[in-house]
Write a protein that binds this ligand. Structure first.
Ligand code: CAA
Length: 257
């Protein structure tokens, strides 16, 4: 039983993971990151899980690495930090991951949200990389993913001043796809997860992989990958089922083959 998060099977295809360290605004301890990585491994291995929604509380998605733990253990930046292994597991998660963000998403919390494929934010969400205020810098992908998400000028401003942006700014910049009233953030994310869970799993997996390729490869290589993935999907039963269902005016039943 995880102690720092709750896991709910919303329906066979969709899992909801809720970070639960309210006393520290869901600050990311080694334990929390380890438990999150373990839950994502379970979701990854479960063939019925098609999408995962990750959320926190109304006040905080996550306020960053746990500064008290950082002070005690001085682990940040050390390569054999056990947290590195957890972050790698989170990075490698290949099923759709949707973050439902209310309140603070700061430091490692913002970096965690940016590991998601889609971010839905409540109107009160605040995204920031305040590490500079502690004499350090982002270390879980913040400089690389933030710049790709919001562009150079805003990323520089956020990382060098440590000042957060609000949900609307995040949406305008492209960090967030939708802004909702805070009470509907999780519901909206679950709705999107259900929609994705109903699609052909192989198509979803390859489409996600192709989109992520666009973040770290040149156009020609990305297009090559896309053509290859498209060709693979053309030979699947789910492709035949999708087309047959359209022609027969019924909902498709995908098997993942
Ligand atoms: N680590 C540990 N505890 C934290 C925390 C954190 N990152 N953020 C908040 N808390 C704790 C506070 O210490 C407080 O606990 P106590 O009452 O026991 O002191 C409790 O959560 C509530 O926080 P506040 O009273 O500060 O709440 P607030 O509403 O006044 O302020 C806040 C909220 C602006 C988010 C403020 O808490 C804050 O600035 N937190 C730190 C944010 C930060 O600097 N994050 C980056 C961490 S470094 C990092 O993330 C690096 C990395 O991953 C590689």
């Amino acid at each position: 039983m995880p102690l720092t998060l709750a896991v709910e099977l919303i329906e066979p295809g969709v899992r909801l993971i809720t970070l639960q360290r309210p006393q520290a605004l869901n600050a990311l301890t080694t334990e929390l990151l380890g438990e999150l990585a373990a839950e994502l491994n379970i979701a990854q291995a479960d063939p019925d899980t098609r999408a995962v929604v990750l959320t926190g509380s109304r006040k905080a998605f996550a306020a960053g690495a746990d500064i008290k733990e950082m002070a005690e253990r001085n682990l940040v930046g050390i390569l054999d930090d056990p947290r590195q292994a957890s972050w790698q597991t989170i990075t490698r998660f290949s099923k759709p991951l949707i973050a439902a963000v209310n309140g603070f998403a700061l430091g490692g919390g913002c970096e965690l949200a940016m590991h998601a494929d889609i971010i839905i934010a409540g109107e009160d969400a605040r995204f920031g990389q305040p590490e500079i205020n502690l004499g350090i810098m982002p270390g879980a992908g913040g400089t690389q993913r933030l710049l790709r998400a919001v562009g150079k000028s805003m990323a520089m401003q956020m990382v060098l001043t440590g000042e957060p942006i609000d949900a609307r700014q995040a949406q305008r910049a492209g960090l967030v796809s939708e802004v909702t009233q805070p009470e509907f953030t999780v519901e909206r994310a679950l709705h999107i997860a259900r929609s994705i869970a109903a699609k052909a799993p192989l198509a979803v997996r390859l489409a996600k992989e192709a989109l992520l390729k666009a973040m770290d490869t040149d156009l020609a290589s990305g297009l090559r990958f896309e053509r290859h993935a498209f060709t693979v999907l053309a030979g699947t039963r789910d492709r035949d089922e999708g087309i047959a269902a359209f022609q027969e005016k019924r909902s498709p039943t995908y098997t993942g083959q």
